[in-house]
Design a protein around this ligand. Structure first.
Ligand code: COA
Length: 159
């Protein structure tokens, strides 16, 4: 039975976090590991929404730290399923930092992850395909095959 395709926007997830003193390093900027934990969490939520099942993180494919965030900034995370395989979902997450006093907003981090849907038997489970609607979604969807090839090459080199 083929599962009906879903629009990317259906599982889009937004999350907001405040940068607090325990989150920062000796340079007074947020730890990269803290941002990665937030990214992993929102990617899992997005993938679970799409797959309507449990998911695991198979790989964090790329993380680009574009600019730092400081204490008092708000982090705005946005995640969407940017493409699907049979049981895997590529999730794109972008993080902006916002100074609420000045209104200045900057791209902080961009990341692609691969999440795999898991069935009740703890085995990978088939997921619905996604289709894009907005210009950003179309561009992510169209470039996904190249990223998938890159992932497969990296995995083959590991063995
Ligand atoms: C991810 C996992 C379920 C894959 O299991 P597997 O037995 O290799 O299953 P398969 O070979 O059928 O692969 C399932 C899908 O995962 C993808 N996949 C597997 N390993 C991957 C990796 N390292 N990177 C990206 N995708 C991967 C496959 O391409 C396949 O996708 P597709 O169905 O869309 O084509 C398994 O490796 C696992 O449980 N890993 C640990 C996950 C975890 O604990 N994450 C938390 C980290 S702390």
């Amino acid at each position: 039975m083929t599962i009906e395709a879903k629009p990317m926007g259906e599982s889009r997830t937004i999350s907001t976090r405040l940068v607090l003193p325990p989150d920062i390093n000796h340079q007074q900027t947020i730890f990269g590991g803290r941002v990665m934990a937030y990214i992993d969490e929102i990617a899992a939520i997005t993938a679970m929404k799409h797959a309507q099942s449990a998911v695991v993180t198979a790989s964090i494919d790329s993380v680009d730290f574009v600019s730092p965030a400081v204490v008092g900034d708000v982090l705005e995370l946005e995640a969407i399923v940017s493409s699907t395989g049979r049981t895997s979902m590529e999730v794109f997450v972008n993080v902006h930092s916002k100074n609420l006093l000045t209104g200045e907003k900057k791209l902080t981090t961009k990341s692609f992850l691969t999440m795999v849907a898991m069935g009740a038997d703890k085995r990978p489970k088939e997921v619905a395909r996604v289709y894009p609607e907005t210009e950003l979604e179309k561009s992510l969807f169209e470039t996904a095959p190249d990223r998938r090839t890159h992932r497969q090459t990296r995995r083959e080199m590991r063995h």
